[in-house]
Design a protein around this ligand. Structure first.
Ligand SMILES: NC(=O)c1ccc[n+]([C@@H]2O[C@H](COP(=O)([O-])OP(=O)(O)OC[C@H]3O[C@@H](n4cnc5c(N)ncnc54)[C@H](O)[C@@H]3O)[C@@H](O)[C@H]2O)c1
Length: 282
């Protein structure tokens, strides 16, 4: 499907950005990052109807001066003014946004996690009309880790047991994290297997010896952990552990804003953080 004029920031001009979920943990980090980038201008801060943040100036939400953009729930009024919308909300909110962004010709940078495969496909469908990235983790380090994990699992055979362990703060809604799934997926790809046929989510009881080729995925929840991921490759005689620890949400916000800059004015299509960061394709 084509025929929608994608808003294009003329070369060197300011990129108009809208943020969905503006008063959330990630939404605030994104706002701060947009304000810190002189080539970006916030044109809309969107929240869910009934949110206590509605009407509040977006600058005040992040402890800065007023910027003259009040938080609103009027997506239809905001999107036509935006070159790109950044979304860190919930799968249902992202689904609705994808339809509206495609209609408005507004590029879509999605950081929301927890999609079912069919929900993800529905969001991806917007890429027929506008440029889209859906990234479970927008940090540079994790995207580098994805290619490293794929490389390691290409070299090691299945005498190496692969386990992915993730930890996040107590308020995280989905488990395992989208990043843990992406890391397990990268390991499976490197090994040339389909993750759905080898994944095991947690273990309990008399589970017996570990079958060769399994990829275990485990979740820890507690306190204010921003996001830790470890991929373990263990065989008899040695093990490799590759760990990434995010210490601040700002790393995700920085990556998302780089993604938004990459998307603004680009041809419709589905892009990845690897494209944004110039890393090898996953
Ligand atoms: N991609 C990444 O790198 C990355 C990093 C951190 C978090 N996340 C994901 O981002 C999402 C948000 O995480 P969070 O910790 O900021 O959550 P949060 O609950 O703090 O924030 C979500 C915000 O979205 C708002 N929202 C919900 N539905 C909405 C709608 N229909 N319209 C407008 N706003 C709506 C909520 O009111 C809330 O303010 C989660 O899916 C999380 O897993 C992704």
């Amino acid at each position: 499907v084509s025929g929608v004029a994608v808003a294009t920031p003329p070369g060197g001009q300011v990129i108009h950005v809208a943020v969905l979920g503006a008063s959330g943990r990630m939404g605030r980090a994104i706002l701060a990052e947009v304000f810190a980038n002189p080539d970006m201008r916030l044109v809309g801060a969107l929240e869910v109807p009934g949110s206590p943040a509605l009407g509040v100036d977006a600058g005040l939400l992040v402890g800065q001066h007023t910027v003259g953009v009040a938080v609103t729930d009027n997506v239809a009024a905001v999107l036509p003014q935006a070159h790109v919308v950044i979304d860190f909300t919930s799968p249902l909110a992202s689904l609705a946004l994808a339809v509206q962004a495609a209609e408005a010709g507004c590029a879509l940078m999605v950081g929301t996690t927890g999609f079912t495969p069919s929900q993800r496909a529905a969001v991806e469908a917007a890429s027929a009309r506008v440029p889209v990235i859906i990234a479970a983790n927008t940090s540079v380090g994790v995207n580098l880790l994805l290619s490293v994990i794929r490389q390691i699992s290409t070299v090691l055979d299945d005498s190496y047991d692969i386990e992915v362990v993730e930890a996040h703060h107590r308020n995280k809604k989905d488990a395992p994290s989208g990043t843990a799934l992406a890391l397990a997926g990268a390991a499976a790809k490197g090994r040339g297997v389909d993750l759905t046929t080898v994944a095991v989510y947690g273990r309990e009881g008399i589970v017996g010896a570990r079958p060769r080729g399994e990829i275990g995925i485990h979740t820890v929840r507690g306190g204010d952990v921003v996001g830790d991921h470890t991929v373990l490759f263990a065989c008899e005689g040695e093990r490799i552990e590759v760990t990434h620890k995010a210490s601040s949400r700002q790393t995700f916000a920085k990556g998302a804003v780089r993604g938004a800059r990459f998307l603004a004015g680009r041809e419709p299509g589905l892009y990845t953080m690897a494209d944004v960061l110039g890393l090898p394709k996953q």
